[in-house]
Design a protein around this ligand. Structure first.
Ligand SMILES: C[S@@+](CC[C@H](N)C(=O)[O-])C[C@H]1O[C@@H](n2cnc3c(N)ncnc32)[C@H](O)[C@@H]1O
Length: 375
């Protein structure tokens, strides 16, 4: 297992560093507002602003995540259109092509309520039954959230499950892990305690050993940015540990926009091709993951989880449109002129409250055969 050790353990009344990195406290406009007893929230823009002023996120990480000047690019919006896709990302260092793209926390925050509304509730009962049948554990269930980002999966799921929970939040980005830890859920549906720890590392290298004692693996908006080999490794780890997996909000490659435009299909096709670049699964993720788990003897249930975006979600729709069209043009530069016209008209319709967009996603629940003593 090649994951980093726990970075921060959060317990009620415990302490998380306000922000990793040097210069802490300098130019703080507003700290992260989180860990309220009622409803954890995190003001990401303020926290980003503070972080940039304070010398950069991940200052302790050794990744050199902030480069002078580049970090400012994180602040504005969901991420530059030059690094688009439905998943808005930013690169903090132009000089290091090996560094994976990083996700703008503003983008993850912007999509969180649409994600919450889209998630497939119907998969919860089979999951609850599975968790209820686990041998009793004094500390409750242990949930590993892979590619947790700012932690939206935990904020949605933890309060929907009964009983004590310990969440292990995995991401390769220490900056996002910080947000996830600070704004983590505190209590389960029945008021039981929820604790979290963070683990920095590459989830594509997760092993069965890393899931020893795990009751559940979750992921949200992750599968489509993995390769089939990475999904196979993930399935090997889950099936080997007898651990169920709730893998949500994978893009399905289909978008419905009202009113229609003749260019919709061409943009969608180019976007899907962009998502498949470098061997990533993109819109093939759900089918591939179903197959991979089924081949390993797991029962797999699939449920649609579309975003349904109307006038009330104009900010998200706008950012999504910019990323969607931007990725299509990056994939097929010959579309640029027509796509610019298309985007201008779509943004105007969005601003006028005259646009409805359905972005299709799927959630899947994989239930491997339980293993004695591990789950
Ligand atoms: C689209 S974001 C989703 C974040 C979060 N799950 C959500 O739904 O808001 C994908 C997340 O996966 C993380 N990620 C992607 N590939 C990863 C990998 N191989 N190892 C660890 N984290 C990864 C990214 O850093 C990012 O936080």
């Amino acid at each position: 297992m090649n994951e980093g050790g726990a970075e921060a353990v959060v317990r009620p009344g415990g302490l998380i560093p306000a922000q990793p990195g040097p210069g802490e406290g300098k130019s703080v406009r507003s700290a992260v507002s989180a860990r309220s007893e009622e409803e954890p929230t995190v003001d990401i823009v303020d926290a980003v602003d503070r972080d940039v002023n304070a010398g950069g996120a991940g200052g302790e990480s050794g990744t050199g995540a902030r480069a002078d000047g580049a970090a400012a690019a994180v602040i504005a919006g969901a991420g530059p259109v030059a690094r688009p896709g439905e998943r808005a990302t930013v690169r903090l260092r132009d000089d290091d092509s090996e560094e994976p793209p990083r996700y703008a926390p503003e983008w993850l925050q912007l999509r969180e309520s649409a994600d919450a509304a889209a998630r497939a509730q119907d998969l919860l009962d089979p999951l609850r039954i599975r968790l209820a049948n686990l041998p009793g554990r004094p500390g409750g269930v242990v949930v590993h959230d892979l590619g947790c980002g700012t932690g939206s999966m935990g904020r949605w799921l933890a309060p929907r499950l009964d009983g004590a929970q310990h969440w292990v939040l995995h991401d390769r980005d220490p900056y996002l892990l910080h947000f996830a830890a600070v704004a983590s859920p505190r209590s389960a549906a029945d008021g039981s305690r929820v604790t979290v720890e963070t683990r920095r590392g590459d989830v594509a290298r997760l092993t069965e050993d890393a899931l020893t004692g795990a009751s559940l693996v979750t992921a949200s908006a992750l599968l489509d940015v993995l390769t089939v080999e990475e999904v196979e490794a993930l399935a090997d780890a889950c099936v080997g540990a007898g651990c169920p997996a709730l893998l949500t909000l994978s893009v399905a490659g289909r978008v419905d926009i009202t009113p229609e435009d003749p260019l919709d299909a061409e943009i969608a096709e180019a976007f899907n091709a962009h998502q498949r670049r470098n061997g990533l699964l993109g819109p093939d993720a759900v089918n591939a993951t179903c197959e991979v788990f089924a081949e390993r003897g797991a029962t797999v249930r699939l449920h649609p989880s579309p975003w349904r975006l109307g006038p009330g979600e104009a900010a998200l729709t706008e950012q999504w449109l910019r990323g969607w069209v931007g990725a299509a043009v990056e994939q097929r530069p010959e579309l640029r002129e027509r796509a610019e016209r298309y985007l201008t008209e779509r943004l105007a319709a969005c601003a006028a409250g005259a646009l409805r967009v359905t972005v299709h996603h799927s959630d899947l629940l994989a239930l491997p055969r339980p293993r004695g003593g591990t789950a």
